[in-house]
Design a protein around this ligand. Structure first.
Ligand code: ATP
Ligand code: MG
Length: 903
């Protein structure tokens, strides 16, 4: 594309340059001042000039005719000077009078060519003309030939001021004088008109008709007039006539000679051609001659034909030239038209190309802007994604915070329950059992400490958030410090059978640090390790050091963390999927802040099921000037919470009660406390997870279930659902116990099928009332079931379904006299005890009674509605012996079957 464009531009420039070159032929303006134009000779001069000029088409000539007036000619030349023509050609009327204006033009730097008549000055550029002297001389010599050296001659000139006449006469005289037999009798040279000298000549010839042999006239026109006079006088044969000029045309020189009117004419060339040739040489600064004498010759009867033929030829050539010039002009016109067309075409081509270029440019620009738009789109998309990501993060943060608030409220409510409930208990108790009271206080104290720790952690977090947390550096022995913390956990390790070790190659290690903060860090990480390491595991703490830093590693072989848990372990409020009673998710976030304050780093490496290692890297830094060197005692109020031995239940001999309750609560203290309370009235099975709870429920088919909602792994809602969806357990009332006080939780709980809902911290009495109420309710229902076995519409949907299934099964096997509870429970996928408990819970009957009642109902129906014999009915309802059937029937209805049929 670019290449084509370049080629086209080059072509255009070449053509244009060529055109310029053609035009660059100089264009000159020549001013020609002609003294008169009424004679043929001068017209011929102008014609020949034009002919020659046609070879220089760019140059032009301005012609001025002075009509034989000196002043007019002076004005013409002055005008040429004023117009600043390039060159002036002057054919002067009277040389002397015109000389000053010619000199003026020359002095002003305009080249001047004088033609025909010379001036008497050297201030002109060139002269072109025939020599008049030579003309006269030629005439004299020819006269001698004509007269054979003897005779009388008359001569007629133009006047005393005419330079040609003067010169011609001189030449003529010189030639005549060479011959003694020749005499010029008269020389008329006045300013006479043709009539005037004609009259004088006529008179002379009349007076002396025989004494004139030859007349020499200074031009052919006069010669013709002279011939007419001679003819008039009958002397035309006797008197010879010589003229001057040799012009071509009717009654002009050559014509007169040819017709024999005159004997000869002396050729006096006009010099038009030559004048133009010299003018162009001057203008083009080529070499030229100042004096240019023209060829002159005698034309008589002998050569006149040749001269005429030559003239004719020239004329024809002139015509040819004219035609060719016209042709050239035509061609030039065609050429210039074609050239213009080419220019126009090229112009349009260029326009098209430029437009194409512009279009191409615009296209490129559009593509570019499209690209930019695309990039902007990408950027916007990226920004949108970023915004989405940030809003996701914000959402996550809000969710975390909300979760934190609900957890923290749980966290507050659980210890509060464990403070309030034993307090109430003490207050309501009439007799003060010291041991029990002490246990209650232990519980209260421990939970108050727990609350304190929670509040402290929250305050510290606020401080960190506000950037107000400052280090209080002291120089202490780091080894002793860590050892002391580890030692604090020894007892716990022992009770949980955990291998706790502190490995360190140094004895002492003085180090500047904020003891209170690092204490919290180590305490949290080690207590985390305890929380997530099951009994029999190991927790190893080791300390390494180089010149720049100290590394403390705390590793356990506990439950470990998933990738997500690991990545988010240090997030505020995050606590993985762990049992909520194990922590609040603040510990590690705070620990990281504290380590960062020491300009250190904390990292975690963990694998699910394999264990966790925390690495704390502390740079060895120089203390700031306000650091205290004295050791400060670090208060450790929370240690008690962790390290206080558990409140252990008394191992009293279990009393047997009517009802069994399964309790599921993950908070060990609350679990223990509730269990103790419940055991007073119910057989109590207490567990800490929903999974274990489910096992116990299936095993015992209890009369009531109490469960916490927030449990690790399976929560209380899911457990309730599971209970209510299983026909073995669906009849058991469920009380949900939770810190989640919000309405949604209640709704969720009800949806899951919970029978009651109690918010933490709860009133002990309220719980007891709820339990009692539910059990009584169930009893009422049971009574109703048992009395309405034929119409089970009142029974709850799930239960009804179970009973219908159960009855269908009996119906199917009713003829089978060996139908047993084992067989039925097997068919239902339950254990014998489960079936027994379920049926008795629902109907207050044992399974055998239930089957018997069913058989009775069927027998009654058959007795009333069929014609079957008693024996047949007995077999149909699974009695081997009709008499046994009758006994059974009578026992139940106090009527024999036949009595009943007829009643
Ligand atoms: P807090 O320390 O505030 O009482 P917490 O111990 O649950 O509560 P963090 O100490 O911040 O909170 O720990 C955050 C979470 O990281 C924990 O809930 C637990 O999921 C996980 N985690 C911490 N240490 C361990 C560990 N040694 N093994 C397994 N998981 C751990
Ligand atoms: Mg913790």
């Amino acid at each position: 594309m670019k290449r084509i464009f370049q080629i086209l531009i080059s072509i255009f420039v070449l053509v244009w340059l060529n055109a310029c070159h053609r035009k660059s032929e100089p264009a000159f303006t020549i001013g020609f001042s002609q003294c008169g134009m009424d004679d043929r000779w001068r017209v011929e001069m102008v014609e020949s000039m034009n002919r020659e000029l046609s070879f220089y088409p760019e140059s032009s000539m301005i012609l001025k005719d002075a009509r034989w007036n000196n002043q007019t000619q002076i004005n013409d030349i002055e005008n040429f000077i004023a117009q600043k023509v390039d060159l002036i050609i002057v054919s002067p009327n009277e040389s002397l009078i015109l000389q000053p204006v010619i000199e003026k033009a020359f002095q002003q730097g305009i080249p001047v060519i004088v033609v025909d008549r010379r001036i008497y000055s050297s201030q002109f550029t060139a002269f072109v003309g025939a020599s008049n002297y030579l003309v006269g001389k030629n005439a004299g010599e020819y006269a001698n030939i004509l007269l054979n050296g003897k005779g009388h001659i008359l001569e007629i000139g133009f006047g005393p001021t005419s330079t040609p006449s003067i010169d011609r006469h001189a030449g003529f005289l010189h030639a005549i004088n060479q011959h003694t037999g020749l005499h010029i009798d008269e020389y008329y040279n006045r300013n006479w008109s043709q009539e005037q000298w004609g009259a004088v000549l006529k008179d002379y010839l009349k007076k002396k008709p025989t004494s004139v042999d030859l007349i020499f006239l200074h031009n052919d026109r006069s010669a013709n007039h002279c011939y007419k006079i001679c003819k008039e006088l009958g002397l035309e044969k006797k008197i010879k006539i010589i003229g001057v000029d040799g012009s071509v045309g009717e009654d002009l020189g050559l014509d007169l000679v040819q017709k024999g009117k005159i004997n000869a004419t002396i050729l006096y060339p006009s010099g038009g051609e030559e004048a133009i040739q010299i003018a162009m040489k001057i203008l083009k600064k080529q070499p030229y001659h100042k004096e240019n004498e023209l060829f002159s010759t005698v034309i008589d009867a002998k050569n006149v034909s040749i001269m005429l033929a030559q003239h004719q030829k020239i004329k024809e050539q002139q015509e040819d030239i004219k035609r060719q010039v016209t042709k050239i002009q035509d061609l030039t016109r065609i050429f210039s038209f074609q050239r213009n067309t080419l220019y126009l075409t090229l112009f349009f081509l260029l326009m098209v190309l430029s437009l194409g270029g512009v279009l191409f440019y615009l296209l490129r620009e559009k593509q570019k802007s499209n690209l930019i738009l695309e990039q902007q789109n990408h950027a916007i998309l990226a920004q949108k994604n970023e915004i989405e990501r940030i809003s996701q993060l914000a959402k996550q943060a809000t969710e975390d915070k909300l979760r934190f608030y609900s957890y923290i409220s749980h966290e507050f409510r659980t210890p509060l329950s464990l403070i309030l409930t034993p307090t109430e208990d003490i207050l309501h108790r009439k007799s003060g059992d010291v041991k029990e009271t002490r246990q209650a206080f232990q519980l209260i104290y421990k939970n108050a400490n727990r609350l304190l720790r929670l509040v402290d952690q929250l305050l510290e977090l606020r401080k960190v958030d506000a950037g107000k947390m400052e280090l209080e550096l002291q120089q202490r022995d780091l080894i002793a410090f860590v050892k002391e913390i580890v030692t604090d956990f020894n007892l716990k390790a022992k009770t949980q059978h955990i291998d706790l070790q502190f490995i360190c190659p140094f004895k002492t290690l003085p180090f500047w640090f904020d003891a209170e903060k690092l204490d919290k860090v180590f305490f949290n990480i080690i207590s985390n390790a305890f929380k997530y390491t099951p009994e029999g595991g190991s927790i190893h703490i080791s300390l390494l050091k180089n010149i720049e830093k100290i590394e403390i590693l705390i590793s356990d072989n506990g439950i470990g963390m998933s990738k997500e848990e690991k990545d988010r372990a240090f997030d505020l409020f995050y606590r993985g999927n762990q049992n909520i009673s194990l922590g609040t998710g603040l510990g590690l976030a705070l620990s990281r802040e504290f380590v960062c304050l020491h300009q250190g780093e904390i990292e975690v490496d963990s694998q699910k099921g394999k264990g966790t290692t925390f690495k704390i890297i502390l740079p060895i830094i120089n203390p700031s000037p306000n650091a205290e060197a004295t050791e400060k005692v670090v208060e450790k109020p929370y240690l008690r919470e962790v390290l206080e031995p558990k409140v252990v239940a008394d191992t009293e001999t279990l009393q047997l009660h009517d009802n069994t309750v399964v309790l599921i609560e993950d908070n060990q203290d609350l679990n223990l406390f509730l269990r103790k309370k419940l055991e007073n009235s119910y057989n109590t099975v207490a567990v800490e997870t929903a999974e274990k709870g489910w096992e116990e429920i299936l095993k015992n088919i209890p009369d009531l279930i109490i469960s916490d909602v927030m449990l690790p792994e399976m929560d209380g809602f899911s457990l309730t659902q599971k209970i209510k969806n299983d026909f073995r357990t669906s009849h058991i009332p469920v009380i949900l116990l939770t810190a989640k006080g919000q309405m949604e939780s209640q709704i969720e709980g009800t949806k899951a099928g919970a029978d009651a809902y109690i918010a933490k911290p709860f009133n002990q009495q309220l719980l007891e009332e709820k339990i009692k109420g539910l059990l009584e309710n169930r009893d009422r229902m049971r009574r109703r079931f048992s009395s309405e076995i034929t119409n089970p519409s009142q029974i709850q949907k799930n239960e009804r379904k179970f009973l219908v299934e159960f009855e269908l099964l009996i119906e199917k096997n009713i003829k089978d006299s060996s139908l047993s509870v084992e067989k039925l429970s097997k068919e239902l996928g339950m254990s014998r005890v489960q079936l027994f408990r379920k049926i008795s819970a629902l109907t207050n009957k044992n399974v055998t009674d239930y089957i018997a009642d069913f058989k009775l109902l069927k027998a009654k129906a058959l007795l009333k509605e069929s014609d079957k014999t008693i024996a047949e009915i007995a077999y149909e309802t699974g009695f081997n012996n009709p008499s046994y059937f009758t006994t059974f029937f009578k026992q139940k209805t106090h009527q024999t079957p036949s009595e009943w049929r007829n009643s």
